[in-house]
Design a protein around this ligand. Sequence first.
Ligand SMILES: Nc1nc2c(ncn2[C@@H]2O[C@H](COP(=O)(O)OP(=O)(O)OP(=O)(O)O)[C@@H](O)[C@H]2O)c(=O)[nH]1
Ligand SMILES: [Mg+2]
Length: 228
Amino acid sequence: MALAKSYKQTYNSTMNTYYKRLRFLISAAAKKQFPDYDTLEIAFAGRSNAGKSSAINTLADNKGIARTSKTPGRTQLINFFSLDETRLLVDLPGYGFAKVPPRVKKQWLELMESYLADRPNIVGLVIIMDIRHPLKEFDWKMLEWCAHFNIPAHVLLTKADKLKKGPAKATLLQVQKHIKEEGLEASVQMFSALKKQGISEIHQILDQWLGLDALETVKKQDSNIPKS
Ligand SMILES: Nc1nc2c(ncn2[C@@H]2O[C@H](COP(=O)(O)OP(=O)(O)OP(=O)(O)O)[C@@H](O)[C@H]2O)c(=O)[nH]1
Ligand SMILES: [Mg+2]
């Protein structure tokens, strides 16, 4: 199987370099521009400026692939990236930009709704939150959306470099507890694009959702085969 072979070729025991192959596919302003459903898709959602694009760049070890910005609300399109022919990552536009006119907010809502309502190929949602401002109204909406459609959710508490270790850990535990208390489910981790913290954890989650962990077993079984 070509895919299994290519995954094995890009994986080594210390660093999963599979995600380095991430390539920009299309920026979509409307549903008709979305790619076909014949892929597994993982979407990255979060409030504006939370660090979605930076997280994608960091996990792909490619600074420039997803555009980042100091101006909240810059990414107003849905950006699709491909890992291979059957696996996509999606950078969703952020919510919560104060200075944006109502017309733009309305466009954002329509685009997000058209995406979330009609992508049966989504296998997981990564919800990015600034560790200093977790679990805002939009984040709860996304967690509820995942529960409703039975889609696994993973929370990245990013910008972890902005807090000391103790408060960061306390926030992680609080977020886990609060999600559970609300009867919702999500795995939670710390992350920092600046310090490149939490990369192997997010890779493991993505591997699982994208069915790549099964290929890992194949890799181990084949590890005695000499490299050509
Ligand atoms: N210190 C620190 N800054 C970060 C981190 N991740 C992102 N940033 C900064 O936060 C700002 C916003 O990052 P983006 O990745 O563009 O955020 P976004 O969620 O994609 O924003 P929108 O596309 O506007 O919704 C940029 O100035 C980044 O450099 C991090 O882990 N640590
Ligand atoms: Mg962005």
